[in-house]
Design a protein around this ligand. Structure first.
Ligand code: F6R
Length: 626
């Protein structure tokens, strides 16, 4: 949660910083702020509300200087006000700090600092960092200017970090030291972008990719001294460390809307390309020309063979992907397979051992609940596989094995292309494990892989064809208060994802039900005109779904049915009010295709209601608090 940007170089810092914040707004957007120093003083501008408020503030009172720090906030401690916005400063107003994370012992540290005479302006936990650095800088021996002052500041920061507990990614700017920024990380992401005569810090790559593709990911316990020409990374105890430098190969244009009204719509349309990328280089041929999964580099065959159970662990949309993964793996392998919510995983006392494969699914690779579950799984001796989109993310670094979804940057808060890419990766891994263990017939594996590879073409043809139809339905939902999504088998996790998409961006209440469960209670809520989205992509369950649809129709529901083309010949006019026909692919893979109209439905319902689609209220893309 929250986005951080830091800059030191030769450009007007405030411009670089605001530009970076704009690309990090998905991480939080209830207030924003910037601090720059121009050798003479440290100036701060902050504003509650969206970034545009800060931009207006800066137009009235520009900040000078070629080094600075900035922050976009998602409130955890203290309301989203101007005062609580970052950067926070010490009592002298010369040390500025931006922080992402939570300082758990801030109340006791605050009381101690107040006793020492420090004056606080905000209700945040983060402000204590500025005061702690001030306190330890004043009390440390030595002093003077230039390098000596820099060393003292560094010492004060490391001392401050040694007394705080909790999580942080932070950047410190000192008026007396305009030639360096100090940064540190513990359980919150922070990357350094390396330029020529300039360097950058950010919570995520899109913030700085316009300026440099050379990136370095800080690890937990790292403290970095970032100058214009040089970057030095040490552990908290002073031990120097080398961090791997890598080149990001995205086109910076991929973090722009490129003519779409919203990132979400752009990302929905990017799904065919993302699906293709997810499978690129991961499917080969055997000597007979049949498709074969090529995942040995990611997950050794010995791990697949030794596995005695699998558990998917994830949150939100990624959990829905894991749930579908569970259904696939149960069908394709002989393994017992579970799917668990990351936030609940620890409380279930999971019985895991070295034969348990725990699959961690996370777009960002930084979700606090998911990361905690990964650590718990490792602590209990399980083998862990991360399926994530972000290279170098915490989950990717800590898991035993990593399968990157390769979907490219996902900016909209509502996940779309990351979800379908996760599905493609989980299907591929399931086929790989099942065929490695001899539990899936080679012909079936080859056929499924062939279909998986062809999905991108099917989706590319489907999106423009279905978009106008779906949009029409969404517009009809203008004043709708509740929508119910029902499905059986593989369509149930799909229903869960459909309802989440609708809720989070349109604020229409929605609920997903296993269609057979309806009559056990929720049917009482179906009245005249209640919209019900019925998912019937599974041929063997079609008739049962029709019975469930009739149950809701009999209570007056307005039914939108999503089903395969093969059902076009059936007389469905009496069954549903509107039918959307999906291209037919292997029934096991139909949910990947069917996810797209559900995303479009949510998108157009939200647009029609005037919602801020890319920035839904109260949400942030990367949830780095538990
Ligand atoms: C919903 C959505 C969230 C995320 C969840 C996990 O559209 O995006 O539900 O799926 O917060 O995030 P990651 O996948 O980054 O761990």
């Amino acid at each position: 949660m929250c986005g951080i940007v830091g800059y030191i170089g030769y450009r007007p810092a405030a411009e670089v910083l605001v530009d970076g914040l704009r690309r990090l707004e998905y991480r939080g957007y209830d207030s924003a702020g910037v601090a720059c120093t121009n050798n003479i003083r440290l100036e701060v501008a902050k504003s509650a509300g969206r970034l545009d408020n800060l931009v207006k503030e800066l137009a009235k009172r520009p900040l000078e200087g070629q080094s600075g720090i900035a922050h976009t906030r998602w409130a955890t401690h203290g309301a989203p006000t101007d005062i609580n916005a970052h950067p926070h400063t010490d009592c002298t107003g010369t040390i500025g700090v931006v922080h992402n994370g939570i300082i758990e012992n801030y109340l006791e540290l605050k009381a101690w600092l107040i006793e020492k005479g420090h004056k606080f302006s905000s209700e945040t936990d983060s402000e204590i960092l500025a005061h702690l650095i001030e306190e330890f800088a004043v009390s440390s021996v030595g002093g003077g200017s230039g390098d000596a002052h820099g060393a003292r500041l560094y010492k004060a920061l490391t001392k401050a970090l040694s007394v705080v507990s909790g999580s942080y990614a932070l950047v410190v700017l000192d008026q007396h030291q305009p030639d360096l920024l100090l940064a540190a990380r513990q359980d919150s992401p922070l990357i350094i972008g390396l330029g020529e005569g300039e360097n950058f810090l950010a919570s995520d790559m899109p913030a700085i990719i316009k300026y440099t593709r050379r990136m370095m990911v800080l690890e937990d316990g790292d403290v970095a001294v970032v100058g214009r020409e040089k970057v030095m990374v040490q552990k908290l105890d002073g031990l120097p460390v080398e961090r791997h430098l890598f080149i990001v190969d995205w086109d910076p244009g991929r973090t722009e809307k490129e003519g779409y009204d919203h990132f979400m719509l752009k990302e929905i349309h990017e799904q065919p390309a993302a699906l293709r990328a997810a499978l690129a280089g991961r499917v080969g041929f055997d000597t007979g020309g049949k498709h074969l999964p090529k995942l040995e580099q990611v997950l050794p065959a010995s791990v697949a063979a030794a596995c005695r159970e699998a558990v998917f662990v994830a949150a939100g949309t990624a959990y829905h992907a894991g749930y579908l993964g569970r259904e696939w793996w149960r069908r394709w392998t002989d393994l017992p397979v579970q799917a668990e919510l990351a936030s609940e995983f620890r409380y279930h006392h999971p019985h895991l051992d070295r034969h348990s494969l725990v699959v961690i699914v996370s777009q960002s690779g930084e979700t606090a609940d998911t990361l905690a579950a990964l650590r718990e799984a490792k602590r209990r001796g399980a083998v862990t596989l991360a399926v994530t989109n972000v290279v170098g993310s915490s989950v990717a670094r800590e898991a035993d094995y990593v399968l990157y979804t390769q979907a490219g940057p996902e900016i909209a808060v509502a996940s779309t292309k990351a979800y379908t890419s996760q599905l493609a990766c989980l299907a591929l891994t399931g086929i790989y494990i099942a065929s490695t263990r001899g539990e899936m017939d080679q012909n079936r594996a080859a056929a499924l892989l062939g279909e998986l590879l062809a999905l991108n073409g099917v989706m590319r043809e489907m999106i423009p064809r279905l978009e106008p139809e779906v949009r029409e339905v969404a517009v009809e939902w203008g004043r709708t208060a509740d929508v119910y999504y029902i499905g059986r088998g593989l369509d149930y996790p799909l229903a869960m994802e459909g309802q989440l998409k609708l809720k989070e961006i349109s604020y229409i209440h929605a609920e997903a039900l296993a269609a057979g469960e309806l009559k056990h209670g929720t049917l009482a809520l179906i009245t005249e005109g209640t919209p019900v989205v019925a998912l019937a992509t599974q041929p063997q369950l079609f008739d049962k779904m029709v019975s469930n649809i009739k149950e809701v129709k009999a209570r007056g529901a307005e039914v939108l049915l999503l089903t395969g083309e093969n059902n076009r010949h059936r007389p469905l006019v009496d069954v549903a009010d509107k039918v959307i026909y999906l291209p037919e692919v292997d029934p096991d893979l139909m949910p990947i295709i069917a996810a797209v109209p559900l995303q479009l439905l949510a998108y157009y319902a939200a647009v029609n209601r005037g919602c801020d689609v890319d920035h839904p209220r109260n949400l942030a893309k990367s949830v780095t608090v538990e």
